[in-house]
Design a protein around this ligand. Structure first.
Ligand code: BGC
Length: 378
């Protein structure tokens, strides 16, 4: 009798249906390794007098058609398209498109992505431009942008097209961002009830902000975070970030006792110097894996999917072999943890190419492959 009961119990346990996946989890499960294709975010190529609205050049748009095919051919399944819709709308209500060429270029990017069977993320990027245009990034204006964007793309394939509400919100408190995000969610949902949204948190979509936050009540959301750690490696030479970074060079990866990192005089006593002091610990593979695991644990605890929307390293001073080692630690961790991602970026300064070519470097290819190799078998 007892044996029979145990047998029934075993049978029951074997056939208990696994927790059904949500729509967002299913769609996230198809994103795999992805790529950011920048250009429609490059507002700085425009003129300030025109509120940067003139930054898009038709020839630059056209030459990107082939890049979608190249990205798909390289094995990436998703393309994230950072788009500065904010540069093309008027500053005053009702925020009409002032420059139609911009949104039309975005339409082409989405079309080309889908033609190459890629998932595509329409990412509202840099709404605040360079912070010099008053009123550019008010909640009212961003809500109005999303009304237009959602209308424009509401009939696209909801299995493949994702809406990312706002890239890297910063200089905004956690509570204020949450309030703004809630309005954006409501706005998009009224127009496009079935598309999956991608939402991150304050403090530049940081991993810590994700861990410190709660998901939204809407269940069709994938939660994004960005991971550029260790920052003094990935951003050495960058002119657009912290003081002391433009002058910082020769940061190896990982830390090595034979390669002493010189603190630029301007960085003395600043955040960059602290980062140099903790670099031995911060560049350890175990530490980076633990960081990513903590993000995954947050998602599991909340039963929501997560997505690493940006990671990569700037090629100005970082050596290619060091960049590949850094990439491989992240890709293999993402594989183990089953987190989809998008590398920053295809053809800008963070690209994966053999220097001077548009061919993905062999050691980068090996890094990418470590993702699939480490992924749990389903
Ligand atoms: C920004 C890019 C920058 C990258 C790495 C992105 O979020 O939009 O301009 O190159 O982060 O710092």
């Amino acid at each position: 009798m007892k044996i029979k009961l145990i047998l029934v119990l075993i049978l029951f346990l074997c056939f208990v249906p696994a927790q059904p996946q949500s729509v967002a989890q299913k769609r996230a499960g198809r994103m795999e390794a992805g790529m950011n294709l920048s250009y429609l975010d490059n507002y700085w190529l425009g003129t300030k007098e025109k509120k940067f609205a003139d930054f898009v050049k038709v020839s630059d748009v056209a030459k990107r058609e082939k890049m979608f095919a190249d990205i798909a051919k390289a094995g990436f399944k998703t393309v994230r398209i950072p788009i500065n819709f904010g540069a093309w709308a008027s500053l005053k209500p009702p925020y009409e498109w002032e420059n139609k060429e911009g949104p039309e270029a975005a339409d082409l990017f989405v079309k080309w992505a889908l033609a190459n069977d890629l998932n595509v993320i329409i990412d509202l990027h840099h709404t605040e431009l360079d912070n010099s245009i008053p009123g550019a990034a008010t909640t009212e204006r961003i809500v109005s942008l999303w009304k237009r964007i959602a209308e424009r793309y509401k009939n696209t394939d909801r299995e493949k097209v994702f809406f990312e509400l706002r890239n890297e919100p910063h200089d905004i408190s956690a509570a204020d961002w949450r309030a703004q995000a809630e309005q954006l969610i409501k706005t998009v949902r009224a127009v496009a009830p079935n598309h999956t949204l991608i939402v991150g948190f304050h403090d530049w979509n940081s991993r810590q902000a994700l861990i410190d936050s709660k998901p939204f009540p809407d269940t069709n959301i994938i939660y994004t975070f960005h991971y550029y750690d260790p920052f003094i490696f990935t951003h050495q030479g960058a002119t657009w970030s912290s003081e002391g970074l433009p002058e910082l060079k020769n940061v190896p990866f990982p830390w090595s006792k034979d390669a002493k990192i010189q603190t630029p005089p301007i960085a003395k006593g600043k955040w960059i110097e602290n980062q140099i002091n903790s670099y031995q610990k911060d560049s350890a593979g175990e530490k980076m894996f633990a960081d990513l695991k903590a993000a995954k644990e947050w998602a599991e605890k909340n039963k929501v999917p997560s997505f690493l929307g940006e990671f990569g390293s700037f090629n100005k001073y970082a050596a290619l072999d060091a960049r590949c080692r850094h990439a491989e630690i992240i890709y293999s961790s993402l594989g183990k943890l089953n987190i989809p991602s998008a590398w920053w970026e295809w053809d800008g300064g963070f690209n994966m190419f053999e220097p001077g070519t548009t061919k993905i470097a062999d050691c980068m290819r090996k890094a990418i492959e470590s993702y699939a190799a480490q992924k749990p078998v389903e």
